[in-house]
Design a protein around this ligand. Structure first.
Ligand code: SF4
Length: 311
């Protein structure tokens, strides 16, 4: 008898508007200026995306001083950069294109505004993530404090008016808990006018929460360094599917475990191409009869304009 498996496919999943824009920036720059075009840091946190852009002539570096030919354009990744980076490029007389997601830029401007108005700023986020480095680098370091956990908030010792901003790809629920504690500590705390956790993060987490309780296993397609993908795995576990994992195609495909399941859940992080989701399903279909139920929690229609230098 052929074994049967049901796949609950989350929607929305995969590429967000910021990722689509960042990839398009590199592709358009390659067309307009010809290769090589340098990219500072992985344009988005996905190996497949990076490898395919490398083949087209993009050269990835971590810092500007690794760039040998400074006459070539350099693109800053979707995660954003500290102010020192464009300044360094200007000093080196380099032509740069900023592919920072507009929703990350919104957080940068917010932090700047609070700083100008005399607030001490709390940034809720993950240490060493490029987006956090970029946001902290918008204002003098003595005016911004990183908080990762509720425990960190107990150590806060800030004088004067206090505001907070957050990383865009955090867990919606965990962040709410941290904010509640900060609000108690600083009753006049200034909050962002509009939520900093972005629409794509919120929507992908919400879809996962609804599907995960129905599943024997849950898979999130995404890279190990993708913050929003890692949060999706955590959300699936919290929602009741303990056997939830991040999967990328460098790791062994756990087919023996999958074929023991009746129902699995599947989604992909905001930087993972849809092709990887379809490849995953294709692999499973070699072993079991699959029925797919797509669970659409909300329709997205967000798009962002390209930087004017690419027109
Ligand atoms: S996850 Fe959100 S903030 Fe990050 S690139 Fe996508 S839309 Fe922008």
């Amino acid at each position: 008898m052929v074994k049967k498996l049901k796949i609950f496919l989350a929607a929305p999943r995969g590429f967000c508007a910021g990722v689509v824009r960042a990839i398009e920036v590199v592709e358009k720059a390659l067309k307009k200026f010809g290769p090589p075009v340098y990219v500072r840091h992985e344009i988005v946190h996905n190996k497949h995306v990076v490898e395919s852009l490398k083949k087209k002539g993009a050269v990835f570096v971590e810092e500007l001083n690794e760039i040998r030919d400074t006459s070539r354009p350099v693109i800053f990744s979707a995660h954003g950069v500290p102010k020192s980076v464009p300044k360094e490029a200007e000093n080196k007389k380099m032509f740069y294109i900023d592919a920072t997601c507009p929703l990350v830029t919104k957080v940068h401007r917010e932090a700047e505004r609070h700083n100008k108005n005399g607030y001490k700023i709390i940034l809720i986020g993950h240490k060493n993530h490029p987006e956090v480095i970029g946001t902290m680098g918008q204002i003098p370091k003595e005016n911004i404090t990183l908080v990762e956990t509720i425990e960190d908030t107990h150590k806060l010792n800030l004088e004067g008016p206090v505001a907070y901003v957050t990383q865009t790809t955090l867990s919606v629920d965990d962040t709410k808990d941290i904010i509640k504690v900060i609000e108690k500590k600083f009753p006049n705390l200034k909050a962002p006018i509009k939520e900093d956790i972005c629409y794509a993060t919120t929507n992908r987490q919400s879809a996962v929460k609804q599907i995960a309780p129905l599943c024997d296993m849950f898979f999130v397609i995404g890279s190990d360094n993708s913050s929003n993908s890692k949060r999706l795995v955590e959300e699936a576990r919290k929602a009741g599917c303990n056997n939830s994992r991040l999967i990328n195609f460098e790791k062994k495909f756990p087919i023996q475990e999958i074929i023991k399941c009746k129902k699995i859940g599947l989604t992909s992080g905001a930087s993972a191409p849809e092709k990887l989701v379809q490849d995953f399903i294709y692999e499973i279909k070699k072993y079991v009869e699959v029925t797919i139920e797509e669970f659409v929690s909300i329709k997205e229609n967000v798009t962002f304009k390209l930087p004017s230098s690419l027109n």
